[in-house]
Design a protein around this ligand. Sequence first.
Ligand code: CA
Length: 208
Amino acid sequence: MRKLVMLLMVCVCMTGIANAGLTNGSFESPALDEWTPNQQASGWTYFDVSGWGGGYYGAGTAHPAWGPAWQPADGTQFIAIRSYALWQTSDMKFVEGVTYTLGVWSVQENPRSSNLGMSIVASDSAAILGDAIVASTAVEPLTTSMSEFSLSYTATAADAGKWIQVCFYENPNVNSGLWIDNATLVPEPATLTCLALGGLAFLRRNRK
Ligand SMILES: [Ca+2]
């Protein structure tokens, strides 16, 4: 019975960590009845990366006229951006030696390379987007279906204690709309905390 309780503790821990770090990573909030242009997902800050003022963003459920390529990958809602970026401060700070993997699902309007940008940022402040981009990549989503992309970074001693921020952007130089869903930020080894909790439970059990 006790072994079962400890096993359950570890399982609950690992399940909880699957979506740890980000707020509203699946863009399910606020709940929207339908696709809405210029609607922002809560928990994220948006900005125009082109400066030309012709960008677009939207959120909600898939438009009824959209084909199977443009459907949410998780839940019922997702977002779109064109020449826009969005970022947020996660609920984690960097720990030296821990690897953080930023994941996201995306499909794009036209076949254009380097269109989806993903960045991991270290910041002294949770309130503003920092300028220390510690990892960044730009990838080409498919036009036929959502697919997953990821970016990993192992924190150094210099990063330790700084807020972990994440940013997604559409490359304004290629200007092709992106649909995005299911953003995650996963630390590894994530099981250290869980194993520590399991160890505590074991010690308490033996003291009785
Ligand atoms: Ca979603």
